[in-house]
Write a protein that binds this ligand. Structure first.
Ligand SMILES: Nc1ncnc2c1ncn2[C@@H]1O[C@H](COP(=O)(O)OP(=O)(O)OP(=O)(O)O)[C@@H](O)[C@H]1O
Length: 351
């Protein structure tokens, strides 16, 4: 059973004049101990997905889904208090901008100690409890690779470098010993040495703590260096999902192919100075969403059938949503070839 299982999630947002489907029938699974990347260009809906998972959406937005479960528990229909408990203990998030997530008026040590759940502190006098909190905080800070804890625990957020802030955010996220860590574009804008350190830390936590990680990013190089599987989003729709190796070797959706083709690191055979391939146009805004497959207006393979939303199909562990997938002769693609299968309404798209 998947630790996090999202099936056909649709998010409705009121844009003033009308209500739009900002996410449409999105599927995502995250298994225990897995690192899965959620990838897509800016505006594809990655952060909205994170907000739906953690329940941070305003009352005037609405969600419909066949299921959203964490460890078998139905996140959609549980009480506010139960959901809060899960968010407090089981699912932790590290956001993109560490400095804006930390309180500028409180020292790092105090903030770190505050993030340790009361249940982890043994009964005793208040000074004993304070000492325990400090010891746990020091342990956490060592766990994320910061050795000189004295220097940082007494500092304020503006006094420490950005990479250390990001590690502190990860330490705070680990304080409750969660089962899932969501890293929402947490390496964006970092220079490469710092980025490598954070990526190494995530892999280490995944290996040593069996921590499942949802790595949200559009940095394909970072994704391929740490994730085992990936889900590709375009404009609020899941276009393809599967093992990273399989998607890199044989992308079936034209968007995934375009995404890979646009990254220089994956174009080693390209002669020097030749232009990189990119799709024409830009991702549409929520007010101008095309009908059917939302890649339609930009897709080199689009035909009239693409005004209908494609049904997700699977070849072994690789799923895709496209009427005319790559590597399939046209006739076969249209007729749902024998070696692919449509996914039934209840079926888990498990990689
Ligand atoms: N609070 C909001 N109100 C209305 N529309 C929103 C809101 N937040 C995001 N959107 C819209 O939803 C779409 C998806 O946005 P989202 O931030 O999830 O993209 P993203 O993939 O995370 O992009 P980035 O990589 O730049 O963070 C965009 O068209 C965006 O304009």
């Amino acid at each position: 059973m998947a630790l996090l299982d999202i099936k056909n999630l649709t998010l409705y947002i009121d844009t003033g004049n009308t209500t739009v489907k900002a996410l449409e029938k999105v599927n995502l699974t995250l298994n225990e101990g897995e690192i899965r990347a959620l990838v897509g260009e800016s505006g594809s809906g990655k952060s909205l997905m994170v907000r739906c998972i953690i329940g941070a959406i305003p009352d005037y937005w609405s969600i419909k889904a066949d299921r959203i479960t964490f460890d078998g528990q139905d996140l959609l229909n549980m009480s506010y208090e139960q959901r809060r408990q899960i968010m407090r203990r089981e699912i932790a998030v590290v956001f993109q901008e560490p400095t804006s997530s930390l309180d500028p008026s409180v020292t790092i040590g105090e903030q770190l100690e505050e993030s340790i759940p009361d249940e982890f502190i043994e009964k005793g006098w208040f000074w004993q409890k304070n000492r325990q909190r400090r010891q746990i905080a020091i342990g956490l800070i060592h766990k994320v690779g910061i050795k000189n804890h004295d220097q940082y625990l007494s500092s304020y957020p503006h006094e420490i470098p950005k990479d250390v802030s990001q590690k502190i955010m990860i330490a705070m996220a680990l304080a409750s010993e969660p089962k899932i860590l969501i890293a929402d574009d947490s390496t964006r804008g970092m220079e490469s040495t710092t980025k490598t350190q954070i990526l190494r830390l995530l892999v280490k936590l995944n290996k040593t703590k069996n921590l499942a990680i949802l790595f949200v990013s559009h940095d394909l190089l970072a994704i391929t260096s740490i994730a085992q599987s990936m889900t590709v989003l375009y404009c609020g729709q899941t276009v393809e999902s599967g093992k990273v190796k399989s998607l890199l070797k044989r992308p079936l959706h034209p968007y995934t192919k375009a995404l890979l083709d646009s990254a220089p690191s994956f174009q080693l055979s390209l002669p020097t100075k030749s232009p990189l391939v990119a799709l024409d146009g830009t991702i549409p805004t929520l007010q101008h969403l095309p009908a059917g497959c939302r890649l339609g207006p930009r897709c080199p393979n689009a035909r009239k059938e693409c005004v209908q939303v494609p049904v997700p199909r699977a070849i072994q562990e690789h799923t895709y949503s496209c009427h005319f997938p790559l590597h399939f002769p046209d006739k076969l693609a249209k007729k749902s070839p024998r070696h692919t299968r449509g996914l039934t309404a209840d079926e888990n798209i498990n990689e």
